[in-house]
Design a protein around this ligand. Structure first.
Ligand code: HEC
Ligand code: HEC
Length: 304
């Protein structure tokens, strides 16, 4: 969905912000988007894999939601085209928010008078504003504002002083080593799919990535190239969440993606550059909102 199909009106963004934080979109009223994508922690939970309904643990690391709206697709395997489509997944995922079906989600929203008002205001031309799709559109509109401008942007805008000498050397090392072949564009990633283990086979886990989406042999172990913005803040790394340090991640990338043994000083140089990709979080935009009150009609939490 292009942004024109889901204009970011202030009222829709306000609604999306509340929904992002609202645990009542989960079966036991204890899991929200913000449980796994903590907005004040660069959009991640810091765990190898996330914990959802009934403390169930998922199979992949939770990527950050910051800047995600700008990527070619959503999820490690790109199985969802955009943030609006993606937002329909977690509420119904049995190990995440575990709601029974779309109707159950709509019933919760319709039972909360404050949401009835907000949906009408956010989707003014619609006879039935409270729908599952509109919930996802509101969340998507909010996510489109989750951007993190950094010193690297200031540098790209022509201010040579925005990066230190060490960071500029790091940028050159990053490019000379070949990292920028895949981690390219304004997000340094998020723009293409690539095989994990392109030069040296990846045997640390059996996730087949995009193959499970397309069924094509050439898509085995192919994943979306992740963005490197805020990468110092979003560990542990890789779709497995099994790589704890950025040093190790960079070393493994050089080995498996480029077939090269990288020297310690090159690793440190690259990390100096990656540090400059840490951006600013807009504290006002992500401030935890006051949520509208439940009514007697709101379904009770269900721990089962
Ligand atoms: C229980 C933890 C959990 C909850 C709750 C959760 N997510 Fe996620 N999220 C994940 C995991 C894990 C992935 C990666 C899954 C994959 O790639 O297969 C993910 C992926 C994403 C992505 C893709 C980002 C990218 O770079 O591809 C977005 C966007 C996202 N979630 C937004 C949301 C929204 C919006 C909600 C609430 C409606 C939500 N998530 C609820 C764990 C969670
Ligand atoms: C051939 C393409 C390619 C090249 C070259 C490449 N990468 Fe990657 N990179 C990927 C893919 C694909 C992933 C996702 C791996 C996965 O599925 O866990 C990734 C993941 C990463 C991650 C972990 C991101 C996260 O959110 O967990 C870091 C850090 C990283 N790359 C840095 C680098 C650096 C530094 C270089 C150069 C030494 C480099 N990459 C070279 C494709 C590439």
């Amino acid at each position: 969905m292009a942004v024109e199909c889901n204009p970011m009106t202030p009222i829709k963004v306000e609604l999306g912000r509340k929904l992002f934080y609202d645990t009542r979109l989960s079966k036991n009223h204890d899991v929200a988007c913000n449980t796994c994508h903590l907005l004040d922690s660069y959009g991640v939970d810091g765990l190898p894999t996330s914990v959802g309904h009934k403390n169930q643990v998922g199979g992949r690391n939770a990527p950050t939601v910051y800047n995600a709206a700008g990527f070619i697709a959503q999820f490690w395997d790109g199985r969802s085209p955009d943030v609006e489509d993606q937002a329909k997944g977690p509420p119904l995922n049995p190990i995440e928010m575990a709601m029974a079906d779309e109707e159950a989600v709509v019933a919760v929203l319709a039972s909360i008078p404050g949401y009835v008002k907000l949906f009408s205001a956010a989707f003014p031309d619609e006879g039935e504003p409270i729908t599952f799709d509109n919930m996802a559109k509101a969340i998507g509109a909010f996510e489109r504002g989750l951007v993190t401008p950094s010193r690297f942007d200031t540098y790209l805008d022509g201010d040579d002083e925005a990066l230190s000498e060490q960071e500029i050397t790091g940028l050159i090392t990053f490019l000379d080593t070949g990292c920028g072949n895949c981690h390219s564009g304004q997000y340094l990633g998020g723009g293409m799919y690539q095989k994990l283990g392109l030069e040296e086979a990846w045997d640390k886990d059996n996730d087949q990535g995009r193959f499970d989406v397309t069924g094509k042999e050439e898509d085995r172990q192919v994943f979306k190239v992740p963005s490197l913005r805020n990468i110092t803040e979003t560990g542990p790394y890789f779709h497995t969440g099994s790589i704890e340090t950025l040093e190790e991640a960079v070393e493994l990338m050089a080995k498996h993606q480029l077939g090269s043994d990288i020297k310690e000083e090159q690793i440190q140089s690259i990390i100096a550059f990656l540090t400059a990709l840490k951006g600013e979080i807009n504290a006002v935009y992500i401030a935890r909102p006051e949520l509208p009150q439940s009514s007697p009609a709101t379904p009770a939490p269900d721990p089962n």
